[in-house]
Ligand binder design. Sequence first.
Ligand code: DC
Length: 223
Amino acid sequence: MKKIQIALDGPAGAGKSTIAKQLASKLGYVYIDTGAMYRAVTLSALESEVDLEDGEELGKLVKTLAIRLTPGENGQRVFIGEREVTEAIRSSEVTNNVSFVARQKQVRDALVALQRSVASEGGVVMDGRDIGTVVLPDAELKVYMDATVEERAGRRHRENIARGMESDLQALQAEIALRDKRDSEREVSPLSQAADAVYLDTTHLTIDEVVDQLNALVNGVLQ
Ligand code: DC
């Protein structure tokens, strides 16, 4: 059967990664979390004390990092070279700084090239902010997933608690709103819905309902 490219975009906490993982496993496709790549660069920049406003230096840094994503039992694992950073890239320090790194053109150019190369054979579900608009403009299926900021913060809060992490719902809501603003207002490849993307509001939908809707969209494309 033909293997297509599926682009899933939307703001933080809209459920993209949960859905993308399940959809990819249902279809036997590869799941690629592009946010994890921006997070890996941010972790490395913080550790090596590179100025997060310095696009040139960040661009040089990205070129030295061998970022790899591999499927693991509990979702995707992330490596920089041989070092596993799956957990480290989810720290609040990385989360609160990643938008600065993600707005640098040099960083985006390098990561977009990597993302295109891993998606080139098709059979891929890729999630991010600019997948349908910039990374894979010819993807056969594009979906823009959204939900209210209250619902998105609530989901992150429940995820944190389930992972045994401390979590403050009000703070999360403020952080998510700020990150949405930075991601949508940046000059290079801001978060936006592609003209040919299907808009899906997941606020009142369960994970299974969203996966079913996407599966139906995939079947529509494959017919
Ligand atoms: O999906 P996430 O929360 O892990 O993404 C982390 C950050 O990376 C997010 O604030 C915006 C940025 N990002 C981006 O600019 N472009 C992408 N394709 C994916 C993520």
